[in-house]
Design a protein around this ligand. Sequence first.
Ligand SMILES: [Zn+2]
Length: 76
Amino acid sequence: MLGFSIQKILLLVAILGAVWWGFKWVSRLDRLRKAADKTASRSGAPRVEEMVECPACKTYQVPRADKSCSNCGRPL
Ligand SMILES: [Zn+2]
């Protein structure tokens, strides 16, 4: 009835090992993701840039060093 053959025990050990290894892998990925989030939030300034509207051509763009429109060339 309740035959515990060596094959069944080995299969059970293999399944338990796979589950344990999978859990370890998932927790490692989670730890790496949290570390990456921490690094990203610690880097300071948010990655956004203020855009301005060109009064001449009405396009929005990031101001360049020479403060001129990249579309029409007029000053912003
Ligand atoms: Zn323009």
